[in-house]
Write a protein that binds this ligand. Sequence first.
Ligand SMILES: [Mn+2]
Length: 356
Amino acid sequence: MNARASRLLEQLSAEGVRAALVTKEENIRYFTGYTGEGCLLILPEKQVILTDFRYVEQVSRQALDCECVRTRAGVTPEGAVASLLQEAGLTKLAYEPYKMTVEEFQGWQAALPGVEFVSLANKPEVLRQIKDRGEIDSICRSAKIACDALAKLMGYIRPGMTEKEIATELDYYMLKLGSEGNAFSTIAAAGPNGSLPHAVPSDRPVQKGELLTLDFGAKVNGYCSDMTRTIAIGKVSDELRAIYDAVLEAQLRALAYVKPGVNCKDVDAVARDYLEPLYPGAFGHSLGHGVGLFIHEGPGFSTRSEAVLKPGHVVTVEPGVYIPGLGGVRIEDMVLVTEDGYINPVTAPKELIKID
Ligand SMILES: [Mn+2]
């Protein structure tokens, strides 16, 4: 039994539950290291991964402290879990309500008639919010790959290239530098497309006088990084330049506010209170989100967040201003909260870079 799984069972014990069924991919990985298909049963004495022939050897390589039950025709995961619970004398099972279809849930209930299902709620996600040294190391390596890829991209971008070409090249550099895959679909949005916070790279060529927003992340050991830089293609208007300077100032103010013990919504407010009078209604998303095995996790910097920053939290700081018809600016770093402040592994320059 590893420490992460023990912590989960410890939290469940208050509700009289001593078994948890984990079905969400990132959570299975978090508790075991295993990345294949199947599900995980956490019991007081052992952890069991239930999967089919294709993944049995993978379990033995990745999840050394887990047992493996091979499912096949005649041995369903539901049936196997029923016997394991019976052997352990347990009649309550925690499950992940947001990662199961209604049909799957009914299947589990039908196969385990004497078992009471109790919601795991977001307990695994809450545990995952506090990163340990190994997780932080992976996130830092992932951020470094993204920064290095951006530095290489700066020598490649020319006016006339399409957003798609630029995004594809950036992805290629990240993979060549050791990323396991994109943390999410890379955004490259220039000119009027820049006002779409989640633009999809298009066949439109980037032109002189436009801002180009690049939002991207790498992955190392499953851990994502996330960063955004906005660069200038040729000389941009004073209006665009002023937006850039305002977003950067908002970001620096928010970063300066980050330390353990502060309310997440106050960090959001620092950036929002600065930008709102300058560009009313133009910063319409939250300031940041947690990052880990999943690209968007807790805690977040938003107006609604009730979270308090703690050492081990990893959160993005990404204010933006979006003006339809004109364009947009977003600048994003990631803070790794420490005992006395934070580390920012996103070291790419933030003064406005100009590509001619
Ligand atoms: Mn982000």
